[in-house]
Design a protein around this ligand. Structure first.
Ligand code: FE2
Ligand code: FE2
Length: 142
């Protein structure tokens, strides 16, 4: 990751994604970095075992991030926490499904998987996460 990126990033950070909370923006940026890393490794023809490892790492980090957000919702009594958590649970389930398919399918499903991660993250950030931005700021979350 410290190497200079030779190809354009698959997914760019954009200010529209910012929830104006340092800790959360940092985690969202890290997920985007990890998706870009996965994309680059696929483009470089990385072997399946390594891709699987990266995928597990990405999934685990994403779920940890969900748990962190949910703990903030609970702590501050966020009104929309139930529907947000439901969305997280559904996303986590779909990521697991994708991972299972990736493990059992002989032919790669990488392109589909990458598009899935990118689209889901984009949609989640601009709808669900954006919705808590003011609430969290008003509660002093940093
Ligand atoms: Fe998030
Ligand atoms: Fe979220």
């Amino acid at each position: 990751m410290s190497q200079v990126r030779m190809i354009m990033p698959f997914m760019d950070w954009d200010e529209i994604y910012s929830v104006k909370i340092g800790s959360l923006d940092k985690q969202h940026k890290k997920i985007i970095d990890m998706i870009n890393d996965l994309h680059d490794r696929i483009a470089e023809g990385e072997d399946r075992k390594k891709l699987d490892e990266i995928l597990v790492h990405l999934s685990v980090y994403t779920v940890k991030h969900f748990i962190y957000e949910e703990s903030l919702f609970k702590k501050h009594g966020y009104k929309y926490q139930q529907e947000h958590k439901k969305e997280h649970d559904e996303l986590a389930e779909r990521v697991t499904e994708f991972h299972k398919r990736h493990t059992i399918q002989k032919k790669g499903i990488q392109k589909e998987l990458l598009e899935f991660f990118k689209n889901q993250l984009h949609n989640h950030l601009i709808t669900y996460d954006q919705k808590y931005s003011n609430f969290m700021s008003n509660h002093g979350v940093k």
